[in-house]
Design a binder for this molecule. Structure first.
Ligand SMILES: [Ca+2]
Length: 520
C-alpha cells in the first residue's frame, strides 16, 4: 500500500517523537511514539512503507531543522494559552448579551463584548458523550465511532490534548469526564477537580430542587488521576459543584510555566438534576419567566426518544407551571456557573495572561426544556442541536457575531490554526479562522445531524429538513421565517422542490459518511 503522508511531532516534555503514517486515502496506518532519533522513525515508516519513502522522511526532518511539526510554526513560548470552557446541556438562547432578556450572565456577556460569537454552531449528535468525543478528536461519530458504533474513541485519531502537548503546550483537564479512559489516557498531562463515575458505594437516593428523584450523575464523585476518590466533596451533583471546577482551573492558571497551557474545563451546569446553587434562591421567579415560544404539552409524534432518561424528568403532558419552575432553576444554575466562569477569567487577568489567552466558551449541546413538548436533548431542533460558541483572545475581533454554520469538531483545528500548530491529518473539522477574521462568510453550505437510528437532519442557511426513519416522517422548516420551527412545510406541494433537494443531499451525506441506516 502506498503511503501518502507522514507526520512527525515532538513531545517536548517527554523527549519522545510521535510518528503518524497515513495512506493515500487518509487512513491512519501507524500512530506511535518512537525514541528521539531518526533511526526509530525510519524504522516505523519502513514498517508501513517502502525504503524510498523512508529516506524522504529523513530529508524532510532535516529540512525542517528539527523534530517539529512544520517549519512555519512559532516557538512554543510565543504561542497563546488556550482556555476551553464547556458547559453541559446549555441551550444557545441562555446568554443575555445574545438576546435573552431574563437571564443574568455578566461574564459570558463580557466574552460576547470582547470577542466573537458564532450563532449557528451545532453539536451534530446532541448527547454528552458523543459531543465531547467530537471536541476531543475533531471528528464526527462516523469517524471517531462514539455514538455510532461504540462508546470508545477511535484510537487511531490524534487527540486534541496530545496534539497540543506535542506542540509544546501543557495540557490540563478540569471537571466532568464521561468518555472512555481518563483524561490522562486521552492526552492530558494532569487533571484537577476531575469528576467522574465511581462513587456508587457512597450514593444515597436524592431529590432535585422540585422534590423529584435524581437520575442524572448518580454516584459520580471527585477523584484523582490514579483513581483515588474524594466522597467527602459530595457524591452526585451538589448545588455548588461548579465552584470546585473553577477553583481547580484557577489553581492551574496560577502555575508559573515557561510554556503555554491548554486548559480544558468541563462544567456540569446546567445538566440535571436541577439543584438551587448557593445564594441564588429567589433569583428567578418562575411566574415571570416566559415559556419558550415553541412550548407544547406533547411532541406531535414519537421522535425516537420518548423513553429516554431526560424525557422523563417531567411528566407528560408538559405543563406551563412545570416548565417555568424548571427554567427558573436552570437559569439560576447557569448564572452561578457564569459567576464561577468570571472567577476563572479574573485569574487570567490577575496573572497577566488574559491578553495572551484564547478563551473559548461552548456547551456540549442544548436542551428542549419544554420546547416542542420535549424536556431532554436527543432531538434536531435549534434549541438542542445548537450550542453557544464564543471566542475571545489575541487576533479575535471584538463585539462581532458570525452566522456561519459550524460544528464543535471545528474547535480543535481552529485552535491549531490560531496557535500556529499544524492540524493533524486525522482531524476532520475545519478552521474557523477565516470566518473569525471576516475573510469568508461561511464554510459549510450545509451541516448535518443525527441521533441513533431515529433522526437525521440537514440544515442549510435557510432550511432544515429532519427525517425520522423509524416512523417515516419528515419535517421541513423555513428557519429564516420560522426560527422557532413551528410550521412543518414537508407536507403539501408548496415546497416540494426544496424538500426533494434537501432529501437528496441528506441521503448523499448518509452514504458518504457510511451511515449504518443506508449501508447495512
Ligand atoms: Ca450534555
Amino acid at each position: 500500500m502506498a503511503i501518502m503522508k507522514v507526520f512527525v511531532g515532538l513531545d517536548y516534555h517527554k523527549s519522545v517523537v510521535q510518528v503518524c503514517v497515513l495512506d493515500e486515502e487518509g487512513k491512519v496506518l501507524a500512530n506511535r511514539k518512537c525514541e528521539n532519533d531518526v533511526g526509530e522513525i525510519v524504522k516505523t515508516v519502513r514498517w508501513h512503507g517502502d525504503r524510498v519513502f523512508a529516506a524522504n522522511v529523513g530529508i524532510c526532518l532535516l529540512a525542517t531543522g528539527g523534530w517539529a511539526w512544520g517549519a512555519e510554526q512559532q516557538p512554543p513560548d510565543q504561542r497563546p494559552n488556550v482556555l476551553l470552557l464547556v458547559s453541559d446541556d446549555q441551550r444557545p438562547d441562555t446568554i443575555r448579551a445574545l438576546g435573552n432578556p431574563i437571564i443574568h450572565t455578566p461574564h459570558l456577556d463580557s466574552l460576547v463584548r470582547e470577542g466573537t460569537a458564532f450563532t449557528r454552531a451545532i453539536a451534530p449528535n446532541p448527547i454528552c458523550v458523543p459531543s465531547r468525543a467530537e471536541i476531543m478528536t475533531g471528528c464526527d461519530g462516523f469517524r471517531n465511532h462514539v455514538g455510532v458504533s461504540s462508546n470508545r474513541m477511535n484510537p487511531e485519531l490524534m487527540r486534541w490534548a496530545d496534539c497540543m502537548r506535542q506542540a509544546g503546550y501543557h495540557a490540563w483537564y478540569v471537571g466532568k469526564w464521561m468518555n472512555d479512559g481518563r483524561p490522562t489516557t486521552q492526552g492530558y498531562e494532569e487533571s484537577d477537580g476531575l469528576f467522574a463515575e465511581g462513587g456508587a458505594p457512597w450514593w444515597v437516593d436524592q431529590v432535585d430542587y422540585h422534590g423529584r428523584p435524581v437520575t442524572g450523575y448518580r454516584g459520580w464523585v471527585f477523584q484523582g488521576d490514579k483513581g483515588i476518590k474524594f466522597p467527602e466533596k459530595g457524591v452526585g451533583l451538589t448545588p455548588g459543584i461548579d465552584k470546585e471546577f473553577a477553583d481547580a482551573a484557577i489553581r492551574f492558571i496560577r502555575r508559573k510555566w515557561e510554556t503555554p497551557f491548554f486548559l480544558h474545563v468541563n462544567f456540569t451546569a446546567p445538566h440535571d438534576p436541577l439543584l438551587m446553587p448557593p445564594g441564588y434562591e429567589g433569583k428567578y421567579d418562575p411566574e415571570k419567566i416566559p415559556l419558550p415560544p415553541n412550548f407544547l404539552p406533547r411532541h406531535a409524534f414519537d421522535h425516537g426518544n420518548f423513553e429516554g432518561r431526560d424525557e422523563k424528568l417531567l411528566p407528560w403532558p408538559r405543563t406551563p407551571k412545570d416548565v417555568r419552575e424548571d427554567l427558573a432553576v436552570y437559569y439560576a444554575v447557569i448564572s452561578y456557573m457564569d459567576e464561577q466562569l468570571g472567577r476563572i477569567l479574573a485569574a487570567l487577568e490577575a496573572t497577566g495572561q488574559a491578553d495572551n489567552t484564547i478563551v473559548i466558551f461552548t456547551s456540549d449541546q442544548g436542551l428542549a426544556m419544554g420546547s416542542h413538548g420535549l424536556r431532554g436533548k436527543q432531538n434536531m431542533y435549534e434549541h438542542t442541536v445548537g450550542a453557544p460558541l464564543i471566542f475571545r483572545g489575541p487576533g479575535i475581533p471584538k463585539g462581532q457575531r458570525r452566522d456561519a454554520q459550524c460544528y464543535l469538531r471545528d474547535l480543535y483545528p481552529t485552535v491549531c490554526d490560531l496557535a500556529g500548530i499544524e492540524i493533524p491529518a486525522t482531524v476532520q473539522g475545519r478552521r474557523l479562522g477565516p470566518v473569525l477574521r471576516g475573510e469568508v462568510d461561511s464554510i459549510y453550505p450545509a451541516v448535518f445531524g443525527h441521533f441513533a437510528d431515529a433522526q437525521r437532519m440537514i440544515r442549510t442557511d435557510r432550511w432544515k429538513l429532519i427525517h425520522y426513519p423509524k416512523v417515516e416522517k419528515y419535517q421541513l422548516f423555513d428557519l429564516a421565517n420560522d426560527p422557532y420551527e413551528l410550521e412543518n412545510l414537508a407536507v403539501g406541494p408548496c415546497r416540494a422542490t426544496v424538500f426533494a433537494e434537501l432529501r437528496a443531499k441528506l441521503e448523499a451525506w448518509q452514504k458518504e459518511v457510511g451511515d449504518p441506516l443506508v449501508t447495512e
